[in-house]
Design a protein around this ligand. Structure first.
Ligand code: PGA
Length: 249
């Protein structure tokens, strides 16, 4: 069975609640599609209103991050229990900006993944090497380690619910996209890792996105690759251009 493509916009720390609502209202009829899964991950404060605003459409809504505890003394954090009330569709885990600026490790990514899998949200697990690692030609090793650590003790039925996003850090927000060949090569490799950890059959079901400076100009070529099942889009998801990326599918 063919894997359905999935395009998710990660708005990061952009758009006030008002701006988020304006964007969604201007675009929602264009994003509402059955052919491809389309999601938006706005900032936490806008989630509730955006969720309401997109009711009755096919647009999926997700969180950009979550904590691994249910509640407790974790100032500034949000738990899966809190997000569950909003009936969200996705939750991004282990984005490289979280790893880089907020000390997320492979271990916390794994804890978060376990937690999110107890909810109705689909986890989008991010992995990817930094520039130095690619230059040293250890990018396959690095990504393999990240995937193995993220999915530690994750059951075979659970992995099938997950989306993996391959996001080379050097391509994020830099305008420097990986070539479609580089992106395909790593997404294929990630599928092989999943096949080794679980089975070939399971690996064929897991959706693997590419992320890193995806835009309306390069989307078609990237999304045409056999092992790339969608895109995690940052900068371009804040613009009307996002529609063009969806159309590229
Ligand atoms: P970018 O971000 O499209 O702006 O490079 C991608 C991401 O961080 O998911």
């Amino acid at each position: 069975m063919a894997r359905k493509k999935v395009i998710v916009g990660n708005w990061k720390m952009n758009n006030t609640i008002k701006e988020s609502l304006e964007f969604i209202n201007n675009m929602k009829y264009k994003m509402d599609t059955n052919i491809v899964d389309v999601g938006i991950c706005p900032q936490y404060l806008a989630l509730s209103k955006i969720k309401e605003e997109t009711k009755g459409t096919n647009i999926k809504i997700g969180a950009q991050n979550v904590h691994f505890a249910d509640n407790g003394a974790y100032t500034g954090e949000v738990s899966t229990k809190m997000l569950e009330e909003l009936e969200l569709d996705y939750c991004i885990i282990g984005h490289s900006e979280r790893r880089q600026y907020f000390n997320e490790t492979d271990e916390t990514v794994n804890k978060k993944l376990h937690k999110v899998l107890q909810t109705g949200m689909i986890p989008i697990v991010c992995v990817g090497e930094v520039l130095k690692e690619r230059e040293e030609n250890i990018h396959f090793e690095v990504v393999e380690k990240q995937v193995e650590a993220a999915f530690k003790d994750i059951e075979i039925l659970e992995i099938q619910k997950c989306i993996i996003a391959y996001e080379p850090v050097w391509a994020i927000g830099t305008g420097k996209t990986a070539t479609s060949v580089q992106a395909e090569e790593m997404c294929k490799y990630i599928r092989e890792i999943i096949a080794n950890l679980y089975s070939k059959e399971v690996a064929e079901k897991v959706r693997i996105q590419y992320g890193g400076s995806v835009n309306s100009g390069n989307a078609k070529e990237i999304l045409n690759m056999p092992n790339i099942d969608g895109a995690l889009v940052g900068g371009a998801s804040l613009k009307v251009e996002f529609i063009e990326i969806i159309k590229a599918v």
